[in-house]
Design a protein around this ligand. Structure first.
Ligand code: SF4
Length: 491
């Protein structure tokens, strides 16, 4: 689908990518059904929890170095979405040697009176305050259900205040009620960046690759340096100028399609920066394929085969050792859409059998329409049974894990890691998505899983002293974790 920057917001994922929130079956079946967008995003019959797209929008905007964020929202939305970002940013900027990082977001604190009389004056005041406190190079305004429902004209305030303050002001339309798929919030920030920040290229930097990621460890630089290329990490920790010159890179890649196909496709469509149309570099064969594709786009095909052969040889011995340790063992993976597929491809290289996966949502297609990661996964790792889509919902996940009984669990989202511990399963938290990329990433993930195994007694102790807050009926009498989704009622 062409990206339409004349609108204030992206088309939500349910409509644009036919995203779904619930599925139970196999990887091959989901792939076949996705090709014709057969599955519908009907919402959940019973939802224990959810996230809001405002959090995803802010996870990008609030990490722009030298920028500021004004959340036009009640304080509750703000607390849910934004309060921890500054500390995380400081830690990673230090690790990446990017100097000081400080980005304290401001909330307009919409209250009952504002929902009657409007909150635009409060928004103007907050923008002045953000400017005064932080002297930012850019200010992002994130919206909320409340600002959307009362119809505050955020775009016109942004334009008016841009004139007054003399800095770019970027509205991000991320009202939680508009999309059931929280990842739509990433698209909302990228929409604002494409629309208001990225400029026409002054030059084409032939050795620069845009890498869309979160605030993770710097693992792409050493990998791309083997081809003589430089990494331009975006959006977290990038400056306004680095965002403006995204159009000058030679190509764009991402840690997973769920995060960034909207902007990488937009850069290709609007500014001619090609998107790397290969799965992200998780697992040996996908790292090979990713390097091949980047080499093709950057004119490095003469060196790529040597690089790959050297890297394979370098990790071969350690990989064999790890494979012996994991022989006959199973793993369950719980992560966001495409990142689940990335990790699934990686663990096969360690000799682990995939007991099942839970993806937190599933996009039945990608923005470019040319990438189908799920199909690539089925080709690469074979079919996967116990293939589930579930937007967190611990009550379902617990039942799935109890049934499947994996030897290991990998969890991308912190709040769910505890489920593995409470069930006594050696569990690792995959919080830093950059950490497992490339050839070294395979080894790192293997070592981390083995360390988790060595401390399994701790998990067993936790499990022995833990209980879940669910009834005996749910835990022991109901067999199907998707009981409610299939129309069941509490008896
Ligand atoms: S924007 Fe809406 S869905 Fe998001 S936290 Fe606020 S009230 Fe909740």
């Amino acid at each position: 689908m062409a990206i339409n920057l004349s609108t204030g917001a992206p088309v939500i994922r349910e409509r644009r990518l036919n995203a779904i929130l619930s599925y139970n079956g196999t990887a091959s079946d989901l792939n076949e059904k996705s090709k014709n967008a057969e599955l519908k995003c009907s919402g959940r019959r019973y939802g224990q929890c959810s996230d809001c797209q405002e959090g995803c929008a802010q996870s990008m905007a609030s990490f722009v170095k030298g920028g500021a964020v004004v959340a036009h929202a009640p304080i509750g939305c703000f607390a849910a979405g934004d309060s921890v970002r500054d500390n995380a940013g400081r830690a990673v900027t230090a690790a990446r040697k990017r100097g000081e990082f400080s980005n304290t977001a401001i909330c307009t604190n919409i209250q009952e009176k504002d929902t009657v009389y409007g909150g635009m004056e409060k928004l103007r005041k907050a923008l002045r305050e953000a400017y005064k406190r932080q002297n930012p190079s850019v200010i992002f305004i994130t919206t909320s259900c409340a600002s959307g429902i009362i119809g505050d004209d955020v775009e016109s305030v942004a334009e008016e205040m841009e004139d007054e303050l003399g800095v770019p002001i970027v509205p991000i339309a991320c009202e939680g009620f508009k999309s059931k798929v929280w990842s739509t919030g990433f698209d909302a920030t990228f929409h604002g960046i494409l629309k208001k920040i990225v400029r026409e290229p002054k030059e084409r930097k032939k050795d620069v690759v845009n890498i869309f990621n979160f605030e993770g460890t710097d693992t792409f630089t050493p990998l791309l340096a083997k081809l003589g290329l430089k990494t331009n990490y975006v959006v977290p920790l990038a400056t306004y100028e680095e965002l403006a010159s995204l159009s000058e890179a030679t190509c764009s890649a991402q840690i997973c399609e769920t995060l960034a196909t909207y902007i990488s496709h937009g850069l290709e469509e609007k500014f001619g920066v090609p998107e790397v149309k290969a799965p992200a570099p998780y697992g040996i064969n996908w790292t090979d394929g990713w390097l091949h594709e980047i080499a093709r786009l950057t004119d490095k095909t003469d060196v790529v085969e040597d690089v790959i052969a050297t890297e394979h040889a370098r990790i071969a011995e350690e990989l064999e050792e790890l494979k012996k340790k994991f022989e006959g063992k199973t793993v369950y993976i719980l992560a966001g859409d495409a990142y689940t597929y990335n990790l699934s491809n990686l663990v096969k290289d360690l000799g682990l059998k995939i007991a099942g996966v839970t993806a937190l949502h599933h996009d039945q297609k990608a923005d470019s329409g040319e990438i189908n990661i799920l199909e690539k996964l089925v080709e690469s790792a074979g079919d996967i049974h116990n293939f589930n889509v579930c937007n967190k919902q611990p009550y379902e996940v617990v039942k799935i894990l109890k049934k499947v009984k994996p030897d290991y669990l990998i969890v991308r989202h912190q709040g769910l890691t505890v489920l593995g511990y409470k069930l006594g399963i050696p569990t690792i938290f995959e919080g830093d998505a950059n950490y497992s990329i490339g050839y070294d990433g395979v080894i790192r993930l293997g070592n981390r899983l083995w360390e988790a195994y060595l401390t399994r007694k701790f998990n067993e102790n936790v499990a022995a002293h833990s209980e879940f807050p669910y009834t005996d009926w749910w835990m022991n009498e109901v067999d199907d974790p998707f009981y409610f989704e299939k129309g069941g009622k509490k008896s």
